[in-house]
Design a protein. Structure first.
Length: 213
């Protein structure tokens, strides 16, 4: 019997517990981002310095914290919109989700490295931007799996294609940011400004894969 002929309620299991678990893991990852800043406050206070000194000495950490918070929130919002149409999950699908979650829970570590190391540290830049590339790729693989298994969701074809265009644009732009950072070290993390092109990139890719305006 073809997979499409199997009643949806007989495929895998319900998605509710998986959705709650993923939301909880993402929330923990967001919370972990603040821990290096909390530790640095204790260090500065223990040395007898004031808050202004802390702000001046930890500008890089603050910026990396805010950027990573926004990016993890963005990945979660994309996931949330995707899972609004997911009704069933299988073991294979849960392993793909676990791969995506691995990239999310690693981001606080990559953020701590980026915030503590010098701006000209190429390894730190590669770890940070490369982690974002992997997170976008993992999200794309999850969506491609759902596209290949329509019994797991109720998303219309147009919504699936729009999601694919979004994920592909993120993979391409994060990848471009990483290549720019490696090719032109002086750019540093400014290479990530290519993400401002995400909307036009998504529209262009959408037209290429058949998304209707």
């Amino acid at each position: 019997m073809a997979a499409e002929a199997v009643p949806r309620e007989q495929v895998g299991s319900g998605a509710e517990r998986v959705t709650a678990f993923v939301d909880g893991v993402v929330a923990i990852a967001l919370t972990l981002l603040i821990l290096p800043l909390m530790e640095s406050v204790g260090e500065v206070a223990g040395a007898g310095d004031d808050a202004l000194t802390w702000l001046g000495d930890h500008t890089g950490q603050l910026l990396s914290f805010v950027l990573s918070f926004v990016l993890i929130a963005m990945f979660w919002m994309i996931h949330h919109r995707l899972f609004a149409d997911v009704e069933r999950v299988t073991s294979s699908f849960m392993w793909l989700l676990a791969g995506w979650l691995l990239t999310i829970v690693w981001l606080p570590v990559a953020t701590a490295i980026a915030g503590r190391m010098d701006d000209d540290d190429g390894v730190a830049r590669t770890l940070y931007i490369g982690s974002l590339v992997l997170a976008a790729l993992a999200s794309l693989f999850v969506r491609l799996f759902l596209r290949a298994h329509p019994a797991l969701h109720r998303a219309p074809r147009g919504a699936v294609l729009e999601g694919l265009a979004l994920d592909l644009s993120l993979v391409i732009l994060f990848g471009a940011a990483l290549l720019l950072a490696l090719a032109i070290p002086a750019l540093g993390y400014w290479s990530m400004l290519v993400m401002l092109l995400s909307a036009p990139a998504q529209r262009l890719i959408g037209r290429m894969i058949g998304v209707r305006s």
